[in-house]
Design a protein. Sequence first.
Length: 132
Amino acid sequence: MSDKKLIYIALNYFIATVWIINGFFCKALNLVPRHQLIVSRILGAEHAAIFTKAIGIAEVCMALWILSFRKSRLCAITQLAIVATMNTLEFFLAPDLLLFGKANAFFAFVFIGMIYYNEFILNKKFASQSSL
């Protein structure tokens, strides 16, 4: 296996780990209550707890999809759209609840760049062979 492929696989595991930590630990287990406050601000307080858990479970499912290596281009596009959407909403609707305030946008941009680089540059050879 080439070094390029090993780096691609390692980055996939890292990206999946980010989704698992944020989804399972921060949201589903509510170990970081700030996430529920953000959901409450954006979607309303009435069902924020259940929405936060559901989002967390969906994020764990995203991690499993990443680790399956199936339809990796579609998976990457989905991640890019979700991260961009979530962070745009948070930037405008709940910046005071973010760990680094509006500077969180920088970290989201770095994460988006990492996902893009991993799938569409590092894995270009393999991505061109798979279909959406």
